[in-house]
Design a protein around this ligand. Structure first.
Ligand code: HEM
Length: 244
């Protein structure tokens, strides 16, 4: 029987893996509903239909935001590969890894990493920033469009004719709404909508880059990069630079 000199090393803990797959699923959901919303006019969707789609997008969005926040908390609690020090492209550890990576490239010798490699850290940072942007703008849109959490009641109070009319304010309806205050609120909302659309394009671009990099690395190194997000382990012939 052929003897394998591959060794499995634990890397992604349960928290990271759970975050990753909930993130993937919610982004697919948000992307699908978001695209339908984007083309809702061409698709002939009625106002009622739009309200329903937006509410569904927002509820999936809440799961996405809570999952993202939980990941940020996990970056203080998880194993050493889950922590900020191993994710962000800053600090002493990053510098040492980057130097080793460059040195390896110079002499044509691959340096293997168990956690993110130095370039991968930049890609993680970019995706986290875009997801934070998408989360914040999305929450403002949810509040200013369907008057949903987190600021829906404040928005209702802003656009209502007076205090007594607050309860009458409903999405897509003019009842109890002061037209000038409503216009002010819509003007406030506009840049968030623009950003939400641009962040969406950028996030899609960064996801395509991320998946392409995973495919290239997986084919080149054959160390179980993809399955590591399920099993938590990667396999290597030689000890990775950042292993214990
Ligand atoms: C990865 C995350 C997200 C993606 C990819 C995404 C994608 C999109 C897209 C493509 C649209 C249509 C934009 C347009 O018509 O120009 C949209 C609209 C919207 N999104 Fe998101 N979204 C995300 C996160 C969120 C979150 C977290 C929330 C709130 C909890 C949210 C709330 C909304 C709302 C309320 C609209 C309707 C805006 C309007 O029609 O004026 N989104 N989203």
């Amino acid at each position: 029987m052929a003897q394998s000199n591959l060794k499995a090393y634990p890397v992604w803990d349960g928290g990271v893996r759970l975050f990753h797959w909930v993130n993937v699923l919610t982004i697919i959901g948000l992307l699908a509903i978001g695209l339908v919303l984007m083309f809702s006019k061409d698709l002939g969707i009625t106002d009622e239909g739009k309200i329903l789609l937006k509410a569904a997008h927002i509820w999936v969005g809440y799961v996405f935001v809570v999952n993202l926040l939980a990941r940020f908390v996990w970056a203080f609690l998880g194993n050493r590969f889950a922590r900020w020090k191993a994710i962000l492209p800053f600090g002493k550890v990053y510098k040492a890894q980057f130097q080793a990576y460059l040195q390896g490239r110079k002499i044509g010798r691959d340096v293997h990493f168990l956690g993110h490699n130095p370039l991968g850290r930049w890609s993680v940072l970019l995706m986290f920033l875009l997801m934070i942007g998408q989360g914040i703008t999305g929450l403002v849109l949810a509040s200013t469009d369907l008057y949903m959490a987190p600021f829906g009641s404040q928005m209702k109070a802003w656009v209502a004719e007076d205090e007594a009319a607050i309860a009458m304010v409903q999405p897509y309806q003019k009842q109890g709404v002061d037209p000038i205050a409503y216009q002010e609120m819509r003007d406030f909302r506009k840049p968030f909508r623009t950003l939400h659309t641009y962040f969406f394009y950028l996030l899609m671009f960064s996801i395509v880059l991320h998946i392409s990099a995973v495919i290239v690395e997986e084919k080149r190194r054959r160390n179980g990069l993809t399955s590591a997000m399920i099993t938590g382990e990667k396999v290597f012939k030689e000890k990775p630079f950042d292993a214990d």
